[in-house]
Design a protein around this ligand. Structure first.
Ligand code: AMP
Ligand code: GLY
Length: 419
């Protein structure tokens, strides 16, 4: 079987790594991939938004299955285009991807199908939004979200009214994220532990993947601006068997019912971003793809082959099961100094072979330069996942291994999985 993976981050490295272990797979391509992925797959220089280029490549190379990493191509309809061409693809069509592509759609879906979520109001113009904030009807902190995709940066936690007013100006008038911020959701601020729950579904049946927790803030102690994710742990320390059951009955089951009632044909991954509050789990957001860096801790805990599962979903009928490892996985991400703001690229990376078989290195922003040297090529550069019987050993191994890696301006959090 020939598989094409779309994307270039740590998530796609983890997907490629897992797919490469399948006896069913003879060849993997990745578009565009990164330096780490190139040791497992042939990287082809086609961008994830070049649908014509990808379709042409898939046809010429007799690709049996395409697996999509990032959300943007899904929201833009890559799965619709592949299916029109008779190509099998793992990832939802536009009708399902809108659950991530529009926060307003997602909130309405949750409200309609009784999925617990923060109270919210939608605004389509800045005057109404400002009047509402000025009316004193809300208490701060409050949360303002751009309706559309904003590369994970469209959520502003407003500590006071002035910040709220500024967020409205930035999103709706200065159009910081273009059309994505023309409409906004203003919602209640929730307090609790965040958790990431992933399912694989064909729209009717589903399989639950190992649960995870990511650390989104740049600094230790969950301080500073949000990033794409600085590390993750699976299972989430805050999820026990009772919470698992609650999540299933209060969130996953009503979600699946919602899909059926709305007639949404969803084939792919749903990643529920949750807040575990005192009143139970609430959904912060739906994602229609695997999380990054959650995938880097989830897939190392899946003991069986995922290719038959992904393939069955792409064909329309979910088959198989997930065999979860009892071990704990911890992933720590090394980033370029300055990230998530401005940072420099092009620094050489010293990357010794891991000394333990429990360690897997996943590349994100890396490439080989003209001299064949491994260099930094992004904000999130490289990460290490350790698999161990308990969280403390996994942390120790992950940090021990990460400290062997060196590049100029390297920065990482010291408290991943410690909270
Ligand atoms: P989202 O893209 O909706 O997951 O939001 C990004 C991040 O903002 C989340 O991971 C949370 O840390 C935070 N966040 C979003 N919505 C809320 C909320 N209603 N209350 C508190 N924090 C939130
Ligand atoms: N780690 C959060 C995300 O992938 O959206």
């Amino acid at each position: 079987m020939k598989v094409l993976v779309i994307g270039s981050g740590g998530r796609e490295h983890a997907l490629t790594w897992k797919i490469s272990q399948s006896p069913l797979v003879d060849k993997i391509y990745c578009a565009p991939g990164n330096a780490g992925i190139s040791s497992l797959a042939e990287c082809v220089d086609i961008k994830p938004n070049d649908f014509d280029g990808l379709i042409d490549f898939a046809k010429k190379n007799n690709i049996d299955l395409t697996v999509v990493g990032p959300e943007q191509p899904l929201v833009d309809g890559i799965a619709d285009r592949f299916e029109e061409e008779g190509l099998l693809i793992y990832g939802p069509k536009k009708e399902g991807a809108i659950l991530e592509g529009s926060k307003i759609f997602a909130k309405k879906f949750m409200q309609k199908h009784n999925i617990p979520t923060a109270k919210y109001v939608v605004f389509e113009n800045p005057v109404d939004a400002r009047n509402y904030i000025g009316s004193g009807e809300i208490t701060c902190p409050t949360v303002i979200k751009a309706d559309g995709l904003a590369a994970g940066k469209g959520v502003v936690i407003c500590e006071n009214m002035v910040q709220g007013m500024n967020a409205i100006t930035e999103l709706m008038e200065n159009k910081k994220f273009g059309k994505a911020g023309e409409k906004i959701v203003l919602e209640e601020f929730l307090v609790g532990w965040e958790a990431s729950i992933h399912i694989i579904t064909d729209g009717k049946d589903y399989l639950i993947l190992p649960c995870a927790k990511d650390h989104k803030k740049i600094y230790d102690g969950e301080k500073g601006p949000n990033t794409g994710g600085m590390g993750a742990v699976s299972p989430s320390p805050q999820i026990d068997a009772t919470m698992n059951e609650t999540i299933k009955t209060k969130i996953i089951e009503p979600f699946m019912e919602g899909l059926k009632k709305e007639g949404i044909n969803f084939k792919g991954t749903v990643f529920f971003g949750l807040m575990l509050t005192k009143k139970g789990p609430y959904v912060l957001e739906f994602n229609v793809r695997f999380g990054d860096p959650e995938t880097q801790v989830i897939l190392p805990r899946v003991e069986n082959d995922i290719v038959p599962i992904l393939y069955s979903v792409a064909k329309g009928k979910l088959e198989g099961d997930i065999k979860m490892s009892p071990n704990v996985a911890v992933n720590v991400v090394a980033v370029s100094r300055g990230y998530p703001g401005k940072y420099e690229k092009g620094f050489e990376i010293s990357l010794p072979e891991p000394t333990s078989s429990n360690i897997t290195v996943f590349h994100a922003g890396t490439k080989f330069n003209d001299e064949g040297k491994l260099i930094t090529n992004g904000g999130r550069v490289i990460s290490v996942t350790a698999l161990a019987p308990d969280i403390e050993s996994a942390r120790k191994e992950a940090y021990g291994s990460l400290k062997q890696i060196k590049f100029k301006g390297m920065f990482f959090r010291k408290d991943i999985a410690a909270l």
